[in-house]
Design a protein around this ligand. Structure first.
Ligand code: GYE
Length: 326
């Protein structure tokens, strides 16, 4: 903590020259009123969640107080590293990015630090030994999301006898949401001996892969799958197609719980094909913009900002659908 406060003071001193109290109006060169240049490296466009997240970030950083340089990594870490290096070379004021996987960031983050450019993580965490390499992380508690999915499943299985055979569609291998959702789900499901996780494989957070891996699960397990836990809605939606093509009823023959709460999931719930979704809010843009302002002005920010979210079930879908913003 002390190290962090010290780091923030240093950052404050560094940022003082470019400090902007809102940016609009004065428009002078250098000093007050100069827009904050932000380099943002996005994971890709793998899911409905991600496209909603991109829209939110772009909208929030379209305000005249910012200049946004946006780069799409197409789910590849090497592309993100390249983008970050180019932001450093362009001497942007703040770098923000959503790291596709957790490991392998030390070198490039040290380069950003050496250049005096603060880094704000959005959505996903990194695994680094020195946490002064980034200023703050804004995003969801993925472990808790995994726990919520498992708690819903235990509650929904009150009247069922074991064994209850569960298959799991994991997100991108090595990503924070895949690692954490798997951990949280396992932790809670392990408290109920009726449940067995019989297969677990990555569908890379996409519909196409979710469908493909579910087909393989169905082939290997025949009719012996009771539950699907998917780390995101898109993979669940792909899997629903596979289940239907196999002549089974998604939501009945195989109960399904996934994570995100995107519109497609609410539609699938309304159609009786998806049983529950755990909310993961992608609309991080406004909060990210505020963090960038604060960091740039040298104000102290919390090391971790968690987004609040809930769980929705099939019976709530029709009523809730018109209120959904993503
Ligand atoms: O759940 C998934 C997306 O990192 C929280 O990434 C995000 C995850 C989200 O592809 O749909």
């Amino acid at each position: 903590m002390r190290k962090f406060v010290f780091g923030m003071l240093a950052l404050g001193a560094m940022a003082l020259a470019g400090c902007s109290g809102g940016g609009e109006g004065s428009g002078g060169e250098g000093g007050e009123g100069k827009p904050i240049t932000v380099g943002f490296s996005q994971v890709g466009a793998e899911s409905e969640w991600r496209t909603a997240n991109t829209r939110s970030v772009k909208e929030a950083l379209a305000a005249p107080e910012f200049r946004l340089r946006f780069s799409d990594a197409q789910q590849k870490q090497e592309n993100q590293i390249k983008a970050i290096r180019s932001f450093i070379a362009q001497r942007v004021d703040v770098i923000a990015f959503s790291p596709v996987v957790e490991s392998g960031w030390e070198t490039v983050l040290r380069e950003a630090k050496a250049a005096g450019i603060p880094v704000v993580l959005t959505d996903r965490a990194v695994d680094v030994s020195d946490d002064s390499l980034y200023v703050t992380l804004i995003g969801s508690d993925f472990v808790e999301e995994g726990r919520r999915a498992a708690r819903w499943l235990i509650e929904d299985s009150k009247d069922k006898e074991g064994p209850i055979r569960v298959v799991e569609l994991q997100g991108t291998v090595g990503s924070a949401p895949a690692n954490d959702r798997m951990r949280g789900f396992k932790e809670v499901i392990a408290t109920d001996p009726r449940f067995q996780i019989v297969r677990s494989q990555s569908g890379d957070f996409t519909r196409a892969k979710g469908k493909e891996v579910m087909e393989a699960f169905l082939k290997a397990e025949g009719g012996r799958i009771d539950v699907l836990f998917a780390h995101n809605d898109d993979m669940a939606i792909g899997a629903i197609q596979a289940i239907e093509e196999a002549g089974l009823k998604p939501g009945q023959d195989i109960r399904i719980v996934s994570i995100d709460g995107v519109r497609g999931a609410f539609e699938a719930m309304k159609a009786g094909k998806l049983n529950a979704t755990v909310e993961c809010n992608p609309l991080l843009g406004p909060q990210l913009a505020q963090l960038i302002r604060d960091v740039h002005a040298g104000r102290q920010v919390p090391k971790r900002v968690v987004v609040e979210e809930g769980v929705y079930t099939m019976d709530q879908a029709a009523a809730e659908l018109p209120n959904r913003k993503y």
